[in-house]
Design a protein around this ligand. Structure first.
Ligand code: NAD
Length: 242
């Protein structure tokens, strides 16, 4: 018998990345709703609310029958008042976890950020074992790191399975931060400034690929035992990863 399909709630689904996740779920015929403080689209059920209010999240989860949350909500980087980052990204994410456990949601996919391990210097060839720096870059990245830690800590508790993804820069249709920022620099005639020695590198990922990674992460969250470490894989399986 085929496994029953998940019912998705995209928290932050009115935003840039969230909208692409909604589109991809709709394209493959999934049941999807959006929870956000603003409504920008009207083609899926919408729940208006703030993730720092646990009860608002719980109501949306119950009404929508959600089994899988994809939580991409965050205030944008660069706000003058840093207190909002902690309120939404840490306390709000903890409220999402509590609401999920209270209502029997089985899966939670969280959008973290590559910035959680950035220390101001180039970091090359690292993986998820690198811890956040002792001195965080800023309030946004500090809050994303603590939100991520809460999500990973909740894995396997109260019937909830969790995963966090760390995209770096995201570009593509619907972006309102990166291109707007670059254009503002151009408009101010600041194009003759150079930051660093011109060898700086930064990862960028197309938004549809980031969205697809969220669907894959959600699909892989199951009660199956975790995969063995690479060294313990049979030789014929190892070659798939080389
Ligand atoms: P976005 O601003 O376009 O979307 C965020 C959405 O979250 C918005 O619709 C907003 O209304 C909603 N939201 C904010 N506070 C909320 C609250 N308290 N309750 C409910 N909804 C709330 O941002 P984005 O670029 O789509 O980013 C999505 C996620 O990806 C964020 O978590 C961000 O930290 C992460 N991220 C983004 C980038 C990037 O380059 N854009 C890079 C790395 C990580």
């Amino acid at each position: 018998m085929a496994a029953s399909k998940d019912v998705y709630l995209i928290i932050g689904g009115s935003g840039f990345l969230g909208r692409h996740i909604v589109n991809q779920l709709l394209e493959r015929g999934d049941n999807v709703s959006v929870f956000d403080i603003v409504q920008r689209y009207h083609d899926v059920p919408f729940y208006s609310g703030d993730i720092s209010e646990k009860d608002q999240v719980a109501v949306a989860l119950r009404k929508s029958g959600t089994t899988c949350i994809i939580h991409v909500a965050s205030p944008p980087h660069g706000l003058k008042d840093p207190s909002l980052y902690w309120k939404v990204n840490v306390d709000g994410t903890k409220a999402v976890i509590a609401a999920a456990q209270e209502t029997g949601v089985q899966k939670l996919v969280f959008t973290s950020s590559a910035g959680v391990v950035f220390n101001g210097s180039d970091i090359i060839d690292i993986d998820e074992r690198l811890p956040p720096p002792e001195k965080p870059m800023d309030a946004y990245n500090d809050s994303k790191a603590h939100g991520e830690a809460a999500v990973l800590e909740a894995n396997g508790k109260g019937g909830l399975l969790t995963v966090a993804l760390r995209p770096a820069g995201i570009f593509g249709p619907g972006d309102h931060q990166v291109m707007a920022g670059l254009y503002a620099v151009y408009e101010k005639g600041q194009t003759h400034f150079q930051i660093g020695d011109n060898t700086n590198i930064f990862d960028w990922t197309y938004v549809e690929n980031v969205a697809y990674a969220h669907l894959l992460a959600a699909d892989k969250l199951s009660l199956l035992p975790p995969a063995p470490p690479f060294d313990e894989l049979p030789e014929d399986e190892k070659k798939h990863y080389s």
